[in-house]
Design a protein around this ligand. Structure first.
Ligand code: HEC
Ligand code: HEC
Ligand code: HEC
Ligand code: HEC
Ligand code: HEC
Ligand code: HEC
Length: 414
């Protein structure tokens, strides 16, 4: 009995020490992760700009593992090394790094040139998000603003259609009732004995369509309507020459922006790498696709086309959607970076498109209208300070693109 007691106290002492150790290491990890709102917000921005194309903060695998709880799974120094350069860590022989690298089909996670504090802020965001997912599973199920907005639109058009159909149905019913009333009345009058012969003739006259058809008034109206319809078609056709709004050609690979830019939230400039720094937004090379598709959906026939392109060295021949004539000069960096205009203002909701289509008319009038209406973006751009000050002296209106030469022929035409 006494022996047992001794063993028991020894054991419990050991247990206490071990759990104390465990707790303190755990506490050390969790203490290292800040909880200030500002740090979490900074981490959120970094995460959304760099990580969302491959990771979610849930258990769901995107390209890489779900990062929920990774702050508990891995110590901070490991996370810092991994995020800064995962290849270096793998090559150093780190067991965990090699295990996860092999588990994800040797997909390389890219390196990030972040400072320690930046990585800590990302982990702080992951921690706060992981705890949110645990605390409020219902919140993630609730529709986001974007979700309801997109759902509302088709609903509106279907209810409009329903109203139209109802309206036509009601008109048809009224017509049938009127015809019925006429035939009943005619029958009644014919049967009544108090009608004179002349009255009867009036009641039974058939409507003479031939007479109407041959009348001058009818011919006049018909000619007028015909000229109107043909004229409108001609004008539309002439205005529309060279305008290919709505053009959505079939592409050699069934690439979906809805999936990549919408669902997986891959940034536009991850693929269209030139958009903030050069004239052309550029179409991604096959290598950019391979960053992910050397591991994802290898078995899909559409993805096999990527492998074939790589092995034959022949690029994929995407069909061009937008095409300004050579006489016009358009620059993406000027608009998307300097002007601060969002892609969707010119390209529409690309992240909802299965197949990209030309959203705007791309006519000269379209360019000019926007230059007339849009104020120059002077935020964080001191280049315009002096011009804006000079403009403010002469006008109460904000400085528009037209005021800096946006309507000059030579700016847009070579
Ligand atoms: C191009 C895709 C890609 C991007 C972008 C990316 N990762 Fe990864 N990440 C991976 C893959 C794939 C793995 C799995 C290991 C491997 O195959 O290298 C991984 C693994 C990880 C792990 C280890 C997860 C675990 O469960 O142990 C962490 C942590 C991580 N990534 C953080 C980040 C952070 C933070 C960012 C953004 C700064 C980021 N990753 C951006 C693809 C990516
Ligand atoms: C994963 C890579 C990827 C991402 C992310 C991506 N795109 Fe694309 N984009 C492509 C490819 C490939 C094409 C050519 C095939 C096609 O037209 O569908 C393309 C074509 C386009 C075109 C038509 C180009 C033409 O031929 O005139 C526009 C416009 C466009 N993308 C805009 C966007 C916008 C806006 C976003 C962000 C919301 C975006 N893209 C995100 C890969 C991407
Ligand atoms: C950052 C990662 C990433 C990049 C870059 C990327 N994709 Fe994808 N792609 C995905 C993911 C994730 C899926 C969805 C896989 C799934 O449904 O399981 C996908 C699915 C697809 C599919 C559908 C396959 C099928 O059969 O369901 C096609 C086609 C595709 N991608 C083409 C491309 C092309 C072409 C490019 C290059 C312009 C590209 N992807 C670049 C991540 C990426
Ligand atoms: C002010 C309007 C405008 C904005 C903003 C804009 N684009 Fe464009 N985009 C155009 C026009 C116009 C063309 C046709 C250019 C041509 O044919 O020379 C085009 C063409 C493209 C193309 C086809 C390839 C090329 O460079 O010609 C891609 C891809 C593209 N845009 C992506 C984007 C992305 C991604 C963004 C947002 C970061 C964006 N665009 C913002 C007007 C715009
Ligand atoms: C959605 C609005 C919008 C549309 C559409 C648009 N632009 Fe612009 N554009 C701007 C803004 C804003 C600037 C000013 C950028 C800056 O601050 O330098 C600009 C500047 C320019 C400039 C430089 C002007 C200068 O004086 O420096 C040229 C050239 C130009 N746009 C050409 C075009 C052409 C060509 C089209 C049509 C294919 C077009 N833009 C369509 C908004 C637009
Ligand atoms: C903001 C940019 C912009 C400015 C400023 C501008 N244009 Fe244009 N212009 C365009 C674009 C873009 C097109 C091509 C439209 C199309 O293909 O439908 C065009 C087309 C034209 C065409 C028709 C060419 C053809 O082949 O149909 C003529 C002519 C023309 N511009 C003359 C002018 C003159 C003259 C001025 C100065 C008063 C001027 N433009 C100013 C953008 C501009």
């Amino acid at each position: 009995m006494s022996v047992n007691l001794k063993v028991l106290t020894k054991l419990s002492a050991k247990f206490a020490v071990i759990s104390c150790l465990l707790f303190s290491t755990f506490a050390a990890y969790s203490q290292a992760i800040p909880t200030e709102e500002a740090v979490i917000t900074a981490g959120k921005a970094l995460f959304e700009n760099n990580c969302t194309q491959c990771h979610k903060v849930t258990d769901e695998v995107v390209v890489g593992p779900g990062l929920k709880g990774v702050h508990v799974r891995r110590p901070m120094p490991w996370l810092i090394k991994w995020i800064r350069n995962s290849t270096l860590l793998i090559n150093s022989g780190d067991a965990y790094a090699n295990e996860i690298y092999n588990k994800f089909g040797k997909t390389q996670m890219q390196s990030f040139d972040f400072k320690d504090a930046e990585i800590v802020s990302i982990v702080a965001y992951i921690k706060s998000e992981s705890e949110k997912v645990v605390a409020a599973p219902a919140a993630s199920a609730a529709p986001t603003d974007g979700g309801t907005a997109t759902a509302a639109q088709p609903q509106d058009t279907t209810s409009m259609n329903l109203i139209l159909v109802l309206f036509v149905a009601i008109l048809a019913i009224i017509l049938i009732v009127l015809v019925l009333i006429i035939s009943i009345l005619t029958k009644y009058l014919n049967n009544s004995t108090s009608l004179s012969d002349i009255d009867k003739e009036v009641v039974n006259t058939k409507y003479d369509f031939a007479a109407v058809y041959n009348s001058k008034a009818f011919k006049g109206i018909a000619t007028f309507v015909f000229v109107l319809v043909v004229g409108k078609a001609c004008i539309d056709g002439m205005v529309g020459i060279g305008v290919s709004q709505g053009y959505a050609p079939t592409q050699p690979i069934a690439f979906s922006h809805k999936l990549h830019a919408g669902e997986y939230k891959i940034n536009c400039n991850y693929c269209h790498t030139g958009v903030y720094k050069s004239k052309s937004a550029s179409i991604p090379s096959t290598n950019i696709c391979m960053n992910c598709h050397n591991a994802i959906k290898q078995e899909s026939p559409e993805i096999q086309k990527l492998y074939k392109a790589i092995s034959t060295g022949r690029p994929i021949e995407w069909v061009r959607v937008h095409n300004l004539p050579d006489l016009a000069n358009f620059n993406h960096a000027t608009h998307a970076k300097v002007g601060g205009i969002e892609c969707k203002q010119c390209h529409g909701p690309v992240e909802q498109m299965e197949v990209v289509q030309q959203y705007s008319s791309l006519t000269m009038g379209w360019c000019i209208n926007c230059h007339r209406e849009t104020a120059v973006n002077g935020k964080d751009n001191h280049y315009y300070d002096a011009l804006m000050a000079a403009h403010a002296k002469n006008s109460k209106e904000p400085m528009k693109v037209k005021d800096i030469g946006g309507l000059e022929c030579s700016k847009c035409h070579y």
